[in-house]
Design a protein around this ligand. Structure first.
Ligand code: NAP
Length: 287
């Protein structure tokens, strides 16, 4: 890759950003697609978010990704939001249009759906048990409702967060039966027995010794298991699911395919999604 006077700049704003895999993944993808773009990580502390966002058109950037802790804080500084970003209430991609207007998108949601499809699974008609009600779970829940899930059952250690998310989703999507349940064996076990799709959108499984709120003995043959965690690539939940012969996917494809959606927004070109995933797999030692 040669950076020259004509190179378009995109990047990431967050705090911290040093450990992001996005520069590696996007710069490989731009080189493969033969596009004169470069992706740079910008460490932006919270008190400088407004100034950083205002500088995007002034510096001629095509757009940026937005990560923790700025996904909500950028919203007041944008001219408009995509429907998904508005529903979720979080932006992970900013697009600079018409030389200066800033549009916020959320590509975690379509990236999640694309990763699930890659595992051969659609969302329409599914009965989803969703662990977690934080930022990632919001993207999963709204995408599941948009794509025609029949039922969403939510739970979280923060019970009020799960109830609030269930109320929001139900308010927008009456056709999708959505409710929150307490995080207890007496409620989780029957919810899992009725589910066709189990998604973990909590950080549980990232660290050795993490305790899951459900017993792996409750897994059953009609389930597909999707874990948003990608480090480690095989969490105890995924190992248990595969051990039972169930279909199961980790979060690496979601990470790659949300990036592919952002790439397409900035460049107007289809992204090399499979090669973006291969870059991440190489980095994580999966190939
Ligand atoms: P978050 O906003 O902190 O949400 C996590 C939620 O899980 C919080 O509400 C948390 O409650 C809850 N929780 C923690 N431990 C729990 C347990 N034992 N049982 C039930 N709920 C529990 O984090 P996030 O941004 O949504 O991320 C969640 C996970 O998804 C992380 O592992 C992240 O790496 C992964 N992720 C992956 C992708 C991808 O592309 N694959 C994208 C986004 C996120 P408290 O706040 O009370 O602890």
């Amino acid at each position: 890759m040669t950076v020259s006077g004509t190179t378009r700049v995109v990047g990431l704003i967050g705090y911290p950003v040093q450990h992001s895999f996005s520069p590696l993944m996007h710069n490989h993808a731009f080189a493969e697609a033969g596009l004169d773009y470069v992706y740079v990580a910008f460490s932006v502390p919270p008190e400088r978010v407004a100034a950083a966002v205002a500088a995007l058109p002034a510096l001629g950037l095509a757009g940026v990704n937005v990560t923790i802790p700025h996904k909500e804080a950028v919203i007041p500084h944008l001219a408009g939001l995509s429907r998904t970003a508005e529903l979720i209430g979080a932006v992970n991609t900013i697009e600079v249009v018409d030389g200066g207007r800033l549009i916020g998108h959320n590509t975690d949601a379509p990236g999640f759906a694309a990763a699930l499809r890659r595992g051969g699974v659609g969302l329409a008609g599914q009965r989803l048990l969703l662990l977690g009600a934080g930022g990632a779970a919001r993207a999963v829940a709204f995408q599941a409702a948009v794509d025609g899930c029949a039922e969403i059952v939510l739970c979280d250690v923060a019970a009020a967060r799960a109830t609030a998310l269930a109320t929001e989703v139900a308010g927008h999507f009456a056709a999708c039966r959505t409710r929150a349940i307490p995080l207890a064996a007496a409620t989780l076990r029957p919810a899992l027995a009725a589910a066709t799709l189990l998604i973990n959108a909590t950080p549980v499984g990232m660290h050795a010794g993490d305790t899951y709120p459900l017993d792996f003995a409750w897994l059953h043959d009609r389930l597909f298991v999707f874990d948003l965690v990608y480090n480690p690539l095989e969490t105890p939940l995924l190992a248990a699911a595969r051990g039972r012969g169930l279909g199961a996917s980790n979060g690496l494809a979601m990470l790659a395919l949300q990036g592919a959606e952002s790439f397409a927004i900035w460049t107007g070109r289809p992204a090399p999604g499979e090669s973006m995933l291969a870059t991440l797999e190489g980095h994580f030692g999966a190939r």
